[in-house]
Design a protein around this ligand. Structure first.
Ligand code: MG
Ligand code: MG
Length: 254
């Protein structure tokens, strides 16, 4: 049973959504060849704490950092490291905040310097697949409508849709019901209710969709070691049209 949030709760979640979106933008403007993901992790952690919030990923099931930093063939849940980013890399930055009793969660995949045309397409299509999913996040629809929209869009470009991980409800806890898979059938799954808050987060691969878990128990890699992209927004289900609680505007319009 998934309960919709009250308007008061949604307002607090929007505050989290803005904060997490701004934290990603702070990271984004520093991304360049030679910068390490540990340095970027510090930028985000400082920004989050300076705003009176807690970086919710730090310590979550033992996760060691404020950000998941997933470079190239790492799909999600990479650890920040001291290895400098290189020209042509892509890095998925996933950020979570806990503020006033609620959670924010968003992710963006950045290009490091110039990237090749196929990788640029992967980023464009992954982000657009997220927006295609959001279009379906309306009251009365089903979770499967979101899943189907993400999957069919991404696959129409020949990209792979990772099945092992999915989006999720969000609120007082970072991960709530329902699960929001990135593949599925129209008309299936839990019904979406006005006021439900969910994270939609396509994880899309340039090659095959198969993934494996690294020996550290966290980082998810593509089996063929081709690149993967990941974009995530928090939205509230509404009648007619979903509203975004987080946004990429701070990243893209700065
Ligand atoms: Mg996330
Ligand atoms: Mg998430």
């Amino acid at each position: 049973m998934v309960l919709p949030k009250t308007e008061e709760e949604i307002a607090l979640m929007r505050e989290n959504g803005i904060l997490v979106s701004k934290a990603l933008a702070e990271v984004g403007k520093r991304i360049a060849p030679g910068v390490t993901t540990n340095e970027l992790n510090k930028v985000a952690e400082t920004f989050i704490r300076d705003n009176g919030a807690i970086p919710s990923f730090l310590g979550y099931d033992g996760f060691p950092a404020a950000l998941c930093m997933s470079v190239n063939d790492v799909v999600v849940h990479g650890f920040p490291s001291d290895k400098p980013l290189e020209e042509g890399d892509i890095v998925s930055v996933d950020c979570g905040t806990f503020y006033k009793g609620y959670n924010g969660d968003s992710a963006y995949t950045f290009a490091v310097g110039e990237i090749d045309a196929q990788t640029r397409k992967l980023l464009e299509v992954t982000k657009q697949s997220l927006y295609e999913g959001i279009k379906q996040a309306v009251a009365g629809a089903r979770v499967g409508d979101i899943s189907h929209a993400v999957q069919t869009y991404a696959e129409s470009f020949g990209f792979g849709v990772v099945r092992e991980l999915e989006g999720h409800g969000i609120g007082k806890k970072m991960h709530e019901n329902p699960g929001v898979p990135n593949y599925g059938r129209r008309g299936q799954g839990p019904r979406l209710i006005d006021g439900m808050t969910i994270c939609i987060e396509p994880m899309i691969t340039a090659g095959r969709r198969d993934v494996y878990l690294a020996r550290n128990g966290w980082a998810v890699h593509t089996c063929d070691h081709k690149k993967a992209a990941h974009f995530e927004l928090t939205v509230v289900v509404r009648k007619g049209q979903a509203q975004q609680l987080s946004t990429f505007d701070f990243i893209e319009n700065q």
